[in-house]
Design a protein around this ligand. Structure first.
Ligand code: HEC
Ligand code: HEC
Length: 306
């Protein structure tokens, strides 16, 4: 009986999932027309956004060819294996259009309408502006294609059931680009955009609920270790300006310095996953962008987890 009920539930979820684009009519405007003027997209700007968004880290196996995938990402739901996102037509995304790419990044949908797992942080990338996404796409097309399919994810049931992600997205994906706050400065808005969008800082620094959705009430207030429960990969600390639990004691300059060099005000060197973020992402940003990040971090509500 329980199995039948579960199957019925999954069938409903699948039906939901199939109709998901219909739930986001507001996004239709954001979709560029197929083959829209790629000529105006700027691959050099795209290279900068590519660093800011940390694509290479997840899509490159340790010691492997850049973006050929195969990196294993442990989670409580099982192990995700990142795909090849080089422009190889058969095993990468060489056959994609710009519109396919923007849909994947903003709606978590593949060209053949399969839902992506949020291990691909589209919950954050959906905040990116259409212009930035187009420049990023222009850059991705310039990298050398690599042939090679990566292994599939190793997930336990029911997480292995992809259509179930349709329901997950209804609950936890708020699609749509970042909307600047007109009451705030240009720099603040730039920082808010970088942190919540391309740089996806909250994907690690925000606690998740049992279904893996981000708990926005404690945004950036830190998260425990979400490894597979066996390998310790270390949690991410509180980066709100909470005096005792967060980085409320850090000056703006100290935050900027830590993002540039990985060295904290106490003289520690940031390790674990943040070491990679500093090397691949924050050290590669302009000083002006690092400052906007610091300005924004110092302005978010100070929160402490119990
Ligand atoms: C935190 C790790 C992570 C980061 C960062 C990340 N990805 Fe991914 N990405 C994944 C995983 C895991 C998948 C597979 C999702 C699935 O199978 O549902 C994926 C899937 C994709 C796909 C779909 C590929 C296909 O064959 O269907 C594209 C395209 C993609 N990522 C592009 C990017 C780009 C561009 C960036 C940077 C802006 C990026 N990813 C950053 C983990 C990541
Ligand atoms: C892939 C996961 C991940 C991402 C993405 C990430 N961080 Fe971190 N961050 C960590 C971890 C883990 C640590 C703890 C490192 C340590 O203790 O050595 C950390 C530490 C930090 C610290 C030091 C805090 C302290 O109290 O020592 C700051 C500041 C920080 N991150 C800011 C950011 C910003 C800003 C972003 C976005 C640009 C970001 N992080 C993105 C995982 C991440």
């Amino acid at each position: 009986m329980r199995l039948i009920r579960l199957l019925l539930f999954l069938a409903v979820v699948a039906a939901f999932a199939a109709s998901i684009p219909a739930f986001f009519p507001s996004l239709i405007w954001q979709m560029p027309k197929a083959g829209a003027d790629l000529a105006t997209a700027d691959a050099a700007r795209g290279a900068y956004l590519f660093a800011m968004a940390g694509c290479a880290g997840c899509h490159t196996r340790k010691g492997g060819t850049p973006l050929a995938g195969g990196r294993e990402i442990a989670s409580p739901f099982g192990v995700f294996v990142s795909p090849n996102i080089t422009p190889d037509a058969a095993t990468g995304i060489g056959g994609w259009t710009e519109a396919d790419f923007i849909r994947a990044m903003t709606l978590g949908l593949s060209p053949d309408e399969r839902h992506y797992y949020p291990a691909f942080p589209y919950v954050s990338y959906t905040r990116m502006t259409p212009d930035d996404l187009r420049d990023l796409w222009a850059y991705l097309k310039t990298i050398p294609p690599v042939t090679g399919r990566t292994g599939g994810h190793r997930l336990a049931f029911p997480y292995s059931f992809r259509p179930g992600l349709g329901l997950w997205k209804l609950l936890f994906l708020e699609p749509g680009r970042y909307r600047p706050d007109p009451g705030k400065s240009r720099n603040w808005n730039r920082g808010a955009y970088i942190v919540t969008g391309p740089a996806h800082c909250g994907e690690c620094h925000t606690r998740r609920n049992i279904l893996g959705g981000l708990r926005n009430s404690v945004r950036l207030a830190g998260a425990p270790d979400y490894g597979d429960g066996k390998t310790k990969i270390g949690g991410a600390p509180n980066i709100t300006p909470h005096k005792a639990k967060g980085i409320g004691g850090w000056s703006l300059e100290e935050i900027v310095f830590a993002l540039q060099t990985g060295v904290t005000p106490a003289g520690d060197v940031l390790g674990g996953e943040m070491e990679e973020v500093v090397t691949n992402v924050t050290s590669k940003l302009t000083d002006a962008d690092r400052r906007t990040i610091a300005e924004y971090l110092r302005s978010v509500p100070p929160k402490a987890l119990e």
